[in-house]
Design a binder for this molecule. Structure first.
Ligand SMILES: Cc1cc2nc3c(=O)[nH]c(=O)nc-3n(C[C@H](O)[C@H](O)[C@H](O)COP(=O)(O)OP(=O)(O)OC[C@H]3O[C@@H](n4cnc5c(N)ncnc54)[C@H](O)[C@@H]3O)c2cc1C
Length: 498
């Protein structure tokens, strides 16, 4: 929506979305958006924190752009009407894991994404932008290496349609629905990665999927996120016996990087034979909890938990796709006229692990650059190949066709068990074989659920094959059979179609 608002100044824009306009990951973002606006902060510090979180795989040029352009894009959001929370007349800042100081702007306490999404969708509705809801993109049309249009499916009446365009911008979000437990809504089915891959685009860093350590774990309740800002404001993790355990695992304790906290939680759950741990914020003044985290407080209360008095049961859940459609710092892919932005794109700013609250910032920083580029020269496609990176074709595996076609829950269970927080060669090989067999047995998609399942199988194959290739542990990718980081793996894996 931000890209569309900028692009409408240059020409006609059509915005397609498969659900309603507000059916997004963005709406669910709680903690906030990072920017070095504090008086002791600087883009340089933000850059260094981003690089440190990325475990040697960040694109430094992209990370520098992210940090440098952040304040300008925040100013844009403010002028579009996003009401960031203030304290004593200044924008209020909070702390999240692996940021060296409070740097996170928030809105509505813990409803930042909803405020951003609502503000942008209001601006889109007021504009001349044509919006088609319930319109699923099913194929990118490419001729002679350049985008010519897109094929869509009306999710209500099944009608197919083709639109031609000179610039196509994929902003289809993440792929959390790959996993049984996820903080992502139902729309996050990796469609952009699948569409771009089928059109001939390069897909990179798919082995890096961030698991959030603290999603609410209650029977029959979706894993609602308990934001890292809860720990940033003083919450601590305790095991089921009430013991605070994070100081045993990391010097930063409860504010260690997400991958470290997620694995520590899994370890502690195994040690205590439980499916959960707890966040304890009962020591904070109740008024502070209800005003700083009104959304989380209300959600938990609706499910029988008063978090000013009760411990919050949590466990890790799949949260953020660091990899995606490979783009340069102008959002360009290797296909002329095809751009990608947001969670479906891989600019390289996150490396092997995303620094909290850098993702919504990445959306706005690189969307702006992308539109600037389409104005300057839309025909370019990226050609840069780095010598150290590994280029692979996604080949067919020699496996028998699956006897039964999989359902969404089979796929989510498979990824959770074999391609999850900890991985090894045996589990990954089993998953790779199963996914390849499923891919061969899937009938041609006809409606939104069958397209989404087919996209998830393809995105899952890309994730599993890259995880199998990367014989080391780095950031969010942890192999029990290769538990250490290896300097020779300081490179990216890039997949293209056969
Ligand atoms: C619970 C939660 C909390 C988070 N908290 C934070 C946070 O505090 N700070 C932060 O920076 N980040 C946070 N994130 C991550 C962040 O919200 C996302 O990375 C970011 O908002 C993604 O924006 P996007 O525009 O790329 O995708 P989205 O906002 O997901 O939008 C994608 C859109 O594309 C549409 N779409 C998808 N496929 C198709 C298709 N085939 N055809 C047509 N339309 C399609 C979808 O329906 C959707 O409308 C959080 C994420 C979650 C889930």
């Amino acid at each position: 929506m931000y890209t569309a608002l900028l692009a409408k100044e240059q020409g006609s824009v059509l915005l397609l979305t498969k659900g309603s306009i507000d059916d997004t990951n963005t709406k669910h973002a709680q903690g906030g958006i990072a920017a070095a606006i504090g008086k002791d902060d600087s883009p340089e510090r933000h850059f260094h924190d981003t690089i440190a979180a990325g475990y040697g795989l960040c694109n430094e040029e992209a990370a520098r752009i992210l940090a440098d352009e952040a304040t300008h894009r925040i100013a844009d959001l403010v002028s579009l009407g996003v009401p960031f929370d203030t304290l004593n007349g200044e924008i209020a800042l909070t702390l999240e894991a692996a940021h060296s100081l409070p740097r996170i702007l928030h809105a509505g306490g813990d409803a930042t994404g909803e405020y951003i999404e609502t503000t942008l969708s209001n601006r889109v509705r007021e504009s001349r932008i044509k919006v088609l809801e319930n319109c699923l993109a099913t194929r990118i049309q490419v001729q002679k290496g350049a985008v010519t249009g897109i094929t869509t499916l009306d999710c209500h009446n099944g009608a197919k349609e083709e639109f031609s365009c000179c610039c196509l911008i994929l902003a289809t979000g993440g792929g959390g629905q790959l996993f049984k437990f996820t903080t992502n809504p139902a729309v996050a089915t990796g469609d952009g990665v699948a569409l771009a891959f089928q059109a001939g685009a390069e897909i990179t860093d798919m082995e890096f999927f961030q698991f959030h350590p603290t999603a609410l774990r209650l029977p029959r309740v979706t894993p609602f996120l308990i934001s890292e800002a809860v720990r940033g404001e003083g919450g601590v993790l305790r095991n089921v016996n009430g013991r605070r355990f994070m100081p045993d695992y990391a010097p930063e304790a409860d504010l260690a990087p997400r991958d470290v906290v997620a694995r520590s939680v899994v370890h502690e759950m195994k040690k205590t034979g439980s499916d959960k741990v707890y966040i304890d914020i009962t020591h904070l003044p109740p008024h502070r909890i209800t005003t700083r985290f009104p959304h989380i407080y209300r959600f938990c209360l609706d499910h029988g938990l008063d978090i000013t008095k009760d411990l919050i049961p949590v466990a890790p859940a799949a949260h953020y796709m660091m990899g995606g459609v490979r783009v340069n710092t102008w959002g360009q892919t290797n296909i002329s006229g095809l751009f990608a932005a947001g969670e479906t794109a891989c600019t390289g700013v996150h490396g092997a692990n995303r620094l909290a609250s850098n993702s919504m910032l990445e959306v706005v920083v690189f969307s702006k650059r992308l539109v600037d580029k389409t104005v300057a020269d839309k025909q370019e496609a990226i050609t840069t190949k780095s010598g150290g990176d590994i280029y692979r074709k996604l080949s067919r595996r020699q496996v028998p066709r699956a006897r039964q076609t999989p359902g969404l829950s089979d796929l989510q269970q498979l990824h959770w068990d074999k391609v999850g927080i900890t991985r090894d060669k045996q589990g990954l090989t089993e998953a790779a074989d199963t996914l390849a067999a499923w891919q061969q047995s899937l009938p041609a998609p006809t409606n939104r659920p069958s397209y989404e399942l087919s996209n998830l199988v393809l995105a899952g194959r890309l994730m599993t094959e890259t995880a199998l290739l990367r014989e080391e542990s780095r950031g969010a990718h942890f192999r029990t059979d290769f538990p250490h980081e290896s300097p020779e793996w300081r490179r990216h894996i890039i997949f293209t179609a056969e």
